[in-house]
Ligand binder design. Structure first.
Ligand SMILES: Nc1nc2c(ncn2[C@@H]2O[C@H](COP(=O)(O)OP(=O)(O)OP(=O)(O)O)[C@@H](O)[C@H]2O)c(=O)[nH]1
Ligand SMILES: [Mg+2]
Length: 313
């Protein structure tokens, strides 16, 4: 018999209670909903950092070097390493743990890997819910790390107040990041692995790419060699500056937009779930089969399915 989640222990910051609670949201356990409802009034104060970029650019290494300095401002820091798309996530997650080894021993740091179970895009909701749990448990800073390859990852870091996009001087990285829509969401850019050469040209290219689409906040481009600890103080200063900028106004709008997305996601997932509830996984295929044989029309079929929905939560 599994131990029940004790709200009091969670709110008191107990890490075991926290780990169990995060598993519930990750597993889509029916108990997760009640838990989120209970912790929600205790949330709203934490700052969220998102860190993304192509595979292997050094995101975890940067986090590992950055966090000790951030502990001066935040007594407890939670790190959520999210892996929405990799079928090899076990290996990757193991790698993350090893690379953040120095952090794992640090007092006040909680590291958790999260992977997709079930619906595509579901990880964005689970990661945000996990961040609410961390927040309620007294974590003042939450960091989402995710490999930036597509929309699912973009959705995860969109839950952050400050989004850091990490690249390397390898030209393919910038192209990949642009394709994944990362440039638009970057508040800070990092060119990591500067020790491998080519960083100056990469920095220049990024600066000129950014000047093509001027914004109120101009994302700074930071040169770093995370493994050697180079660029880490500069990155911390850039984070502080972005936070000050947000606190001058845009922060509340960002947070409102995030809760709007969260609500929309709950409704969309709930509608989808109820639509197919009790019908088995093949139901949608059977409907498609009817359409294929032209026995029904798509809008008419959708209309009939929607009529069957019971719309109360
Ligand atoms: N040369 C060099 N290598 C680095 C630097 N930073 C990280 N690395 C190495 O790059 C590899 C990947 O580093 P990670 O920090 O795991 O990169 P990541 O972006 O978190 O990787 P994924 O989470 O798997 O996408 C490791 O072998 C690091 O040791 C750096 O500044 N210079
Ligand atoms: Mg990593």
């Amino acid at each position: 018999m599994e131990e029940p989640i004790e709200l009091e222990r969670l709110l008191g910051g107990d890490e075991r209670a926290l780990a169990r609670a995060i598993s519930l949201v990750e597993d889509r356990d029916p108990r997760a909903r009640g838990l989120i409802e209970q912790v929600f009034p205790h949330t709203g104060g934490a700052y969220r950092l998102g860190i993304t970029g192509p595979p292997g650019v050094g995101k975890s290494t940067l986090v590992d070097r950055l966090v000790p300095g951030l502990l001066a401002d935040h007594r407890r820091i939670g790190i959520l390493a999210c892996d929405p798309s990799s079928p090899f996530s076990q290996g990757a997650l193991l790698g993350d743990r090893i690379r953040m080894r120095s952090l794992a021993r640090e007092e006040g740091v909680f590291i958790r890997s999260m992977a997709t179970r079930g619906a595509l895009g579901g990880l964005a909701r689970a990661a945000f819910e996990a961040s609410l749990l961390l927040e309620a448990a007294g974590f003042g800073l939450i960091i989402f790390e995710t490999v930036g390859v597509g929309q699912a990852e973009v959705e995860i870091v969109e839950a952050a107040d400050t989004v850091i996009v990490v690249l390397t001087p390898q030209s393919g990285d910038a192209i990949q990041a642009m394709k994944a829509g990362l440039m638009e969401i970057a508040d800070i850019l990092v060119v990591n692995k500067a020790d491998l050469g080519g960083a100056d040209a990469a920095l220049q290219n990024l600066e000129s790419a950014l000047s093509l689409a001027p914004r109120e906040w101009k994302p700074p481009v930071i040169r770093a060699a995370a493994e050697k600890g180079e660029g880490i103080p500069e990155l911390k200063r850039a984070i502080d500056r972005h936070r000050l900028y947000l606190e001058g106004g845009p922060l509340s709008e960002r947070r409102r937009a995030r809760l709007r997305d969260f609500l929309r996601r709950i409704i969309a997932e709930e509608l989808e779930r109820r639509l197919w509830e009790g019908q088995g996984p093949a139901a949608l295929d059977r409907k498609a089969e009817e359409l294929l044989a032209r026995r029904a029309s798509p809008y008419q079929m959708a209309e009939e399915l929607l009529k069957e929905l019971r719309l109360a939560l």
